[in-house]
Design a protein around this ligand. Structure first.
Ligand code: SAH
Length: 216
């Protein structure tokens, strides 16, 4: 039998940090116990793989806090037939979760090293329904639009117009919006041609750097 030495630690992470704080989507809870978060964490940060905070990643970026990943995924409300756009691949941890929930994930990362590492790791985990791109995700991925769901895992000063335009009718986006250092996690819903923004709670993400975001 193959043993998974970190399974118990992940289950504890899910129970103590995520379910205990009110996340109820069983698919999200199950996936976060299953997906080997430790594989997405740099060697020097392994001690904090399951801790209740964001973890430093190469190039000054971060792997999001487990609770934040769970809440954002729950808010996104992904269904099995959905095509999802993710902006900010980073470690690929959120990508892996989205890929297990959706039909296809299109993920865009600004930094080639991170995109490449994430792609290699997800391939090794046999997660094949992901299409990768290195580039400026503040512009979305127009050739592949519209998307049923859009997840942005870096902070923007405003919701980028290109992303709104690439949201399908009935579509939904989750994005941290606000100033550097503190933002509001926001749900953007497109229904009957109207865009509605619902602020949820304060959060802190690294910056989305691009044409429709921060310049640096
Ligand atoms: N979901 C990732 C979060 C990584 S941090 C994880 O949990 O591992 C946010 C990521 O957004 C960083 O990797 C950063 O390089 C990337 N990013 C910043 N601006 C971007 C842009 N305009 N387009 C695509 N990716 C961007």
């Amino acid at each position: 039998m193959v043993t998974d030495p970190c399974l118990e630690a992940r289950q504890r992470m899910v129970e103590e940090q995520i379910r205990a704080r009110g996340v109820v989507d069983e698919r999200v809870l199950r996936l976060m116990a299953e997906i080997p978060r430790e594989r997405f964490i740099p060697a020097a940060e392994q001690h904090g793989a399951f801790s209740d905070r964001a973890v430093p990643l190469e190039c000054g970026q971060t792997v999001s806090q487990p609770f934040m990943v769970a809440v954002m995924t729950e808010y996104l409300d992904v269904e099995p037939e959905h095509r999802v756009l993710e902006i900010g691949t980073g470690s690929g941890y959120q990508t892996a979760i989205l890929a297990r929930l959706a039909r296809e994930v299109y993920t865009v990362e600004r930094l080639p090293l991170l995109r490449q590492q994430a792609q290699t790791l997800l391939d090794s985990l046999d997660i094949g329904n992901v299409v990768y791109r290195t580039g400026d995700g503040s512009l979305g991925w127009p050739e592949m639009a519209p998307f049923d769901r859009i997840m942005v895992t870096a902070a923007a000063p405003d919701v980028p117009k290109s992303l709104i335009e690439q949201l399908a009718e009935g579509g939904r986006m989750v994005i941290p919006v606000g100033q550097e250092g503190e933002q509001t996690l926001t749900i953007v819903q497109c229904s009957a041609g109207r865009i509605e923004e619902t602020p949820r709670f304060l959060c802190r993400f690294v910056k989305l750097i691009g044409r429709e975001a921060w310049s640096q």
